[in-house]
Design a protein around this ligand. Sequence first.
Ligand SMILES: [Zn+2]
Length: 331
Amino acid sequence: MVDPRHIAAQLLGSIDWQSEVSGFCRCPGESLHTSQNGDKDCRVNVDGAPTVFCFHASCAPAVAAANLRLRQELGASSWEIVLPDGQTLRSGDVLQSTDEILKREVVEVERRARSDAPYHDERTVLETLRVVAERFKPELFGAFHWPMERILADSPLQVSEREPDEQFRTWLKLWPAHSTVWIGDVFSSGKPEHKTHFRPVAEWYQIGPAMGNFTCGSAFKPGSFQRSNESIDGHRFLVIESDTLSKDEVGAVFAYMQRRLRYRLHCIVDTAGKSLHAWFDAPRTRLHEGRLKAALQVFGCDPKVFTYSQPVRVPGAWRDGKLQRLVWLRE
Ligand SMILES: [Zn+2]
């Protein structure tokens, strides 16, 4: 019986196995890398749909070719390996981080449904995605390490030292001009008198400074007085935060979102507390959104970020003597 790990090693060279089915290898497109190589840049998984995954972007064509060959070779015959705990893993099965096996009959549902059309077992896809994200997590925080100092230095526009009013007005410009935006404190919502906290961007621009410490990543219907998902209308940003990752850690997730997943990053806000918030374009579909959410949770980000009426810190307001400020801003 063939051992898939031998076949993978024949194709990719020696593999430093981290588990029964997953290990580090030399990237098949290493010569195309435009930044420094690390030992843990490239990983191969032989379970599920066998995959080579490299953190560099420049090698994508070579990695895609290697994936094709890996899948052809490993798909040519079915195989089984007996794990140390006595379970049998068959070709196509996924070994989860709990050591439970997700059977290929269940995984197959995903493989048949590559399009964006909704299908009946999205839960399986999400489960597989969580397993893969868990496996990639340590490398993600290494390869995409983006500490606070670097974020400040890398900002296309140097904004962090600007005056509070200008921070606020600069941030307002990220919104489409016609948007109705909520600014206030957590409780400035729910009663008719709170209408005054829901205003068009141009009005806020004139009023400045910020009328409260919070805003939302979504625009609201004109005339709203309630910060609820039902009142949301028009433009949406996805604001990513983490309660557990420090200002020097969470940048890795932002960098991964921007550089690898190609989400457009608009700004990063220092909340004047323990965390940074990154403002991205919202995912295009509910399907994308669900999958992104599953991965982000594994990486330590807060599931409540996907509640678009969630209050978040607005730049240009003071919090206990410290300024909530922009530390990174797109051009
Ligand atoms: Zn590579």
